[in-house]
Ligand binder design. Structure first.
Ligand SMILES: [Zn+2]
Length: 234
């Protein structure tokens, strides 16, 4: 069984207040994920595929047996929509789309469309039932356990597969949520097909303990005491 973390942010992910959203460079993200024994990750920055495309390029040089799936977490007007496997450069203006439009655009790009943290902050809540998702995040390491339990219940009700994700905003969080996939070949197409067919298994659920560290770093960057890492190849 191959192991994946399907929701990770790099410093190419931006935030309206803090400037940066993710605190690790694409290279740090890839190196940490390889060291943690994962077979692959989806790099899903807010509203851009830039970090994912950079991470995929870096991964090809570091480890041929490691798969980076360029992805995007679209901030729609009603909450977040995760598109796993968007292989082109794409930037979407924050909150410019409705949730239905975000889902439609992800489908057009042939992404696997996932509802991340449905009951957490920026989750779509009951809107998930009205839109067509391929899967739900049954575990998101940033979300309170009771909301993850509710997400799993919703997935059962809608007969949708679940994935587990760290939603890492700093490299040390990687693999806090791990999804096992029953695939023979390590390719983006194989991953997409396995999720769509529901061949997923949540194999790691570790609630994040890094929130304090993340915010102290963000405050440091905001007040220019810490330099943010580069959104580049180095
Ligand atoms: Zn996220």
């Amino acid at each position: 069984m191959k192991k994946f973390d399907f929701h990770i942010h790099t410093c190419c992910s931006k935030h309206w207040l803090w400037g940066v959203d993710g605190l690790s460079s694409p290279r740090e993200i890839v190196e940490t994920a390889v060291n943690r024994g994962l077979d692959g990750i989806a790099v899903s920055d807010h509203n851009t595929t830039k970090g994912g495309l950079l991470a995929a390029k870096i991964a090809k040089k570091i480890d041929k047996n490691f798969l980076v799936i360029p992805s995007i977490e679209v901030k729609s007007r009603s909450g977040d929509v995760l598109g796993i496997g968007v292989l082109e450069e794409l930037t979407i203006k924050s909150r410019s789309l409705t949730a239905a439009e975000a889902v439609g655009q992800m489908r057009e790009k042939d992404a696997v469309v996932v509802a991340p943290h449905p009951y957490g902050r920026e989750g779509l809540g009951s809107l998930v039932e009205k839109l067509k998702f391929d899967a739900l995040e049954g575990f998101n390491a940033h979300i309170l356990p009771r909301y993850n339990t509710k997400a799993k219940e919703l997935a059962r009700k809608l007969k949708l597969p679940t994935v587990a994700s760290s939603d890492a905003h700093i490299a040390e969080e990687i693999a806090n949520g791990v999804t096992g996939l029953d695939i023979d070949e390590l390719s983006i197409d194989a991953v997409k097909e396995a999720i769509r067919k529901g061949k997923t298994k949540i194999i790691q659920e570790k609630h994040t303990k890094s929130m304090g560290r993340i915010y102290s770093k963000k405050i440091g960057i905001l007040f220019r005491a810490i330099k943010p890492p580069p959104c580049g190849e180095t």
